[in-house]
Design a protein around this ligand. Structure first.
Ligand SMILES: Nc1ncnc2c1ncn2[C@@H]1O[C@H](COP(=O)(O)OP(=O)(O)OP(=O)(O)O)[C@@H](O)[C@H]1O
Ligand SMILES: [Mg+2]
Length: 536
């Protein structure tokens, strides 16, 4: 009955929502769930170390316990630790943390990951999570779980004392998960994390007690990304009203705009005033109405802005990608393309870096057409199908680059998207959404890197063809020299030498390469035209 329907009306918390929909956080499938747990904790450790300028050392132990699909995970870092005042919320409350509200390149951005692991542990084992935090000289060991109805942490202190070191150690039990050394397992996840973060040392102890250390190859932290203000072009009316509501320190709309958003100078405020004449820029921003916010956003779109600060972004880096790739594959060719930063959605800075390894050790590693996706240096192992990176790679016309069938070639492509806000498709943070500007830039980066691969492949193919032809023709030299010597009454050795010189001349590799490079350049120029047209 219609009148009975609303007897069922209830309110729910975000914790209850994700408890019911844990697949949205990536907790689906036994192997994947275990990898997601490691993913959440290692990304947190790397972010914390980066922020505190500490060279990261991460320890991961996976222990199999009695019972089906039952494991204990310990993840420990040497970061700054978490102050006790924030420990409960950091590990036991969803949508709480130091990252969601900031425009800064970090691995985490939602404030859900750690509490999601506490939740997953509790719902599969009924156990709370044990955390040891050493922060600012103080050590606290506590048990943490979640009050799902309220989305609030339940925290019990077990031990307190002084601490000489800093860092966070979390131990939790999980069921419904499985350890496996597969392409989707913890080992591969950490191997790729090490590849994109050569400044960190990761130790893994697997359930069979095998210990693997992925040692750092660089003894220095990469430069630290810095926080930027939101750019006016990425702002909608609702965002503007929200910022205005919390802008207690600014008494006028004009100063609020200058102090809150990037690139808004006094001169720009004057331009905005010209465009939005109905608005009193001297009034308190708290009094801004929806219509006025819409008018200001419209004016934002009509003003010419300087792009957001692009040096806020820190890629893995050309040398580091080179070192990591050479370390793992020792390929025949290795090309890195690091593109200039750009913006998507009008005002969010991002940058693409691409590394392509071809042949050599890639063949030995039995890799074929492999795409390694990363976002802010975090490996993305899952949801391949729905990801803008995969789709762009798939849609590339690889034949133009002498790669007949991408999936069959000995090629590994690394693509890293760096941004102050990564447009993930879901809270599980495993796939990039189909942002047009981002996809276009991935394509351009792939095209740039692929040209050098194309050159290499066609050079190699030509050289092989020449070598085969030379071999075939050379078979006849002996017989031909002896016959010619007899017919002409000349010295056989001399004829043989002359014939060899003739063959050398005919199959001269240097000359072939020259024409080939010439052809390549013509083709590259054509492509540049195409790219320029597209960019225009
Ligand atoms: N190892 C750690 N060291 C120091 N602080 C940490 C650590 N792990 C988590 N935190 C703090 O706890 C907060 C919550 O972590 P959580 O993983 O839930 O969210 P997040 O990393 O902010 O975003 P995301 O949900 O995208 O991972 C973080 O924002 C950070 O402030
Ligand atoms: Mg996190």
């Amino acid at each position: 009955m219609a009148e009975d329907m609303f007897k069922e009306f209830r309110e729910h918390s975000v914790a209850e929502f994700f408890k019911k929909n844990r697949q949205m956080l990536g907790f689906s499938g036994k192997v994947r769930s275990l990898t997601m747990i490691v993913h959440e904790f290692t990304t947190n450790s790397l972010d914390a170390c980066e922020e505190a300028c500490i060279l990261p050392e991460i320890f991961v132990e996976v222990k199999e316990l009695e019972g089906k699909d039952h494991y204990r995970m310990t993840i420990k870092d040497n970061g700054p630790g978490i102050p006790f005042s924030h420990l409960g919320k950091a590990l036991g409350q969803m949508l709480a943390g130091t990252k969601f509200h900031r425009y800064i390149q970090q691995r985490g951005q939602q404030g859900i990951g750690a509490a999601a692991c506490t939740m997953f542990s509790y719902v599969t084992t009924g156990q709370s999570t044990k955390a040891k935090t050493c922060y600012n000289g103080k050590r606290t060991i506590a048990d943490i779980s979640i009050d799902f109805k309220k989305n609030k942490p339940i925290i019990t202190v077990i031990e307190e004392g002084p601490a000489e070191e800093t860092g966070l150690e979390v131990t939790s039990e999980f069921k419904d998960v499985r350890y496996e050394r597969s392409n989707y397992g913890v080992y591969e996840y950490l191997r790729r994390t090490a590849l994109a973060n050569p400044h960190c040392t990761i130790t893994l102890i697997e359930p069979n007690d095998e210990k693997t250390v992925f040692p750092r190859s660089i003894e220095k932290n990469p430069s630290k990304p810095f926080e930027i203000q939101p750019h006016p072009l990425g702002i909608g009316p609702h965002d503007l009203l929200e910022f205005a509501k919390h802008s207690k320190e600014n008494k006028r709309i004009s100063s609020f705009l200058q102090n809150t958003f990037a690139r808004v100078s006094a001169a720009k405020v004057n331009e905005l005033k010209e465009l939005a004449q109905g608005i009193d820029f001297n009034k308190n921003p708290e009094k801004l109405t929806w219509d006025e916010a819409e008018e200001i956003v419209k004016a934002f779109s009509q003003v010419k802005w300087i792009a957001p600060a692009m040096d806020a972004l820190v890629p893995i880096g050309k040398e580091q990608v080179e070192a990591s790739f050479n370390n793992i594959f020792k390929p025949d060719v290795l090309v890195i393309a690091e593109r200039k930063p750009r913006v998507y959605r009008g005002g969010i800075p991002f940058m693409i870096e691409v590394g392509i390894a071809y042949g050599g050790g890639v063949v030995e590693a039995q890799k074929r057409g492999e795409v390694m996706r990363f976002a802010n240096k975090v490996p993305l192992l899952f949801d391949t199908g729905g990801c803008a990176i995969t789709e762009t790679v798939k849609n590339m016309d690889w034949k133009r680059y002498n790669l007949k069938n991408f999936d069959e070639e000995p090629i590994v492509v690394l693509i890293n998207l760096v941004s102050v806000y990564v447009p993930y498709t879901s809270a599980g943070k495993q796939a990039i959404s189909h942002e047009e500007d981002v996809m276009m830039e991935i394509r351009n980066a792939l095209m740039e890197a692929s040209r050098a691969i194309q050159k290499h492949i066609s050079g190699k193919r030509k050289a092989n063809e020449m070598a085969t032809k030379r071999k075939v023709v050379s078979r006849y030299i002996k017989q031909l020299s002896s016959d010619l010597a007899k017919l002409t009454g000349t010295d056989e050795k001399m004829v043989e030498k002359k014939l060899e010189e003739l063959i050398d001349e005919k199959y001269n590799r240097g000359k072939e390469e020259e024409t080939e490079v010439h052809e390549q350049n013509e083709r590259i120029e054509e492509e540049n035209d195409y790219e320029d047209r597209e960019e225009a």
